[in-house]
Ligand binder design. Sequence first.
Ligand code: HEC
Ligand code: HEC
Ligand code: HEC
Ligand code: HEC
Ligand code: HEC
Length: 215
Amino acid sequence: MAQLFPKWTNTLPSIIFGGLVSLIVVITFSFWYWGSPEFTDVGYAPVQPIPYSHKFHAGELEMDCRYCHTSVDKSAFAGVPPTQTCMNCHTAVKKDSTNLRMVVSSWADGQPIEWIRVHKSPDYVYFDHSAHVNVGVGCSSCHGDVASMEIVSQEKSLSMGWCLDCHRNPEMHLRPMDQLTNTQWIPPDDQFSYGSWMVNELDITPPTDCSGCHR
Ligand code: HEC
Ligand code: HEC
Ligand code: HEC
Ligand code: HEC
Ligand code: HEC
């Protein structure tokens, strides 16, 4: 009896299987590298328990970020201010406003305000604010123009590919120290030569090996 299928088709299942496996690997890798957060977290802007506005306080009043995020240049964490920081002004300013009722009651009973976290890296990632801020990487490089935001929203993906893009070529992202908290800073025309000078001057070598960020 004639063979129903020619002999070469014996290898067909393994070819199909091999193809499927590579396809799955490619898809998984793409998601992993360019980061699924790109599609899920960018634009995340939860409504906070109090209508606190960066646009007003950091923008119009021109308050420095570090007045409230006091540990950003000293530790790994930027930190969110305690109620006392708000009450430095609001014991006098608008203390009877309904928008401030939760602030005043938190101050009275000592229960911290439950702000909703916006930016969050997974636990297996090591990140340190001070290591960035103290070599001239400004807030807006990673958080966007917060001083124009009524409600804070996540602007960058925070994916591994995003971290590495800057770690491989930091020159375009290093600014003078007096511009750190200026969220509308744009790199000047000679940024590359300034950035390269900074890299040499401060001996800047951001980690690109796995153990740099996964410790
Ligand atoms: C008057 C105090 C105050 C000042 C000044 C201030 N912030 Fe904030 N910031 C807060 C509070 C309170 C929150 C938590 C509520 C929220 O997310 O809006 C916060 C949240 C944030 C978050 C989101 C944190 C998270 O959960 O991921 C970022 C990013 C941020 N601030 C950056 C900045 C930057 C950049 C500046 C300066 C341009 C600044 N802040 C100035 C009080 C302040
Ligand atoms: C340096 C002083 C200062 C600090 C510190 C400050 N505020 Fe304010 N805040 C103001 C001023 C001034 C206004 C505007 C008052 C007005 O509209 O007349 C205001 C307005 C507000 C309003 C709107 C009130 C309303 O009824 O319109 C909210 C809500 C608010 N602040 C929350 C906060 C929170 C939360 C913090 C702490 C994270 C904080 N503020 C820290 C000065 C401050
Ligand atoms: C190199 C990127 C980068 C820079 C520069 C940066 N941040 Fe962040 N920020 C992050 C990442 C990533 C997270 C999430 C960290 C985590 O989950 O551990 C974060 C989280 C935060 C939070 C949430 C609370 C916390 O402590 O984690 C605040 C507030 C904040 N940043 C404020 C600031 C301010 C203010 C500046 C400038 C003085 C700044 N950041 C500069 C990347 C950056
Ligand atoms: C806009 C540029 C930029 C981005 C984005 C960025 N980094 Fe960095 N990173 C730097 C620079 C510059 C340094 C400083 C290197 C030095 O001082 O030699 C650094 C240093 C570090 C270090 C070394 C800190 C230490 O104490 O040794 C770690 C870890 C790190 N970054 C993690 C991250 C992670 C994780 C992300 C993403 C969530 C990230 N970085 C995003 C520019 C960036
Ligand atoms: C500059 C910092 C940085 C370096 C260097 C780095 N990673 Fe990551 N990695 C991250 C961040 C940030 C995330 C989390 C991103 C996210 O939420 O998808 C991550 C996530 C991962 C994940 C989890 C992926 C997932 O989707 O759950 C793996 C696995 C991983 N990294 C492996 C590596 C390996 C292997 C290397 C070395 C070749 C490496 N990383 C180097 C920052 C880094």
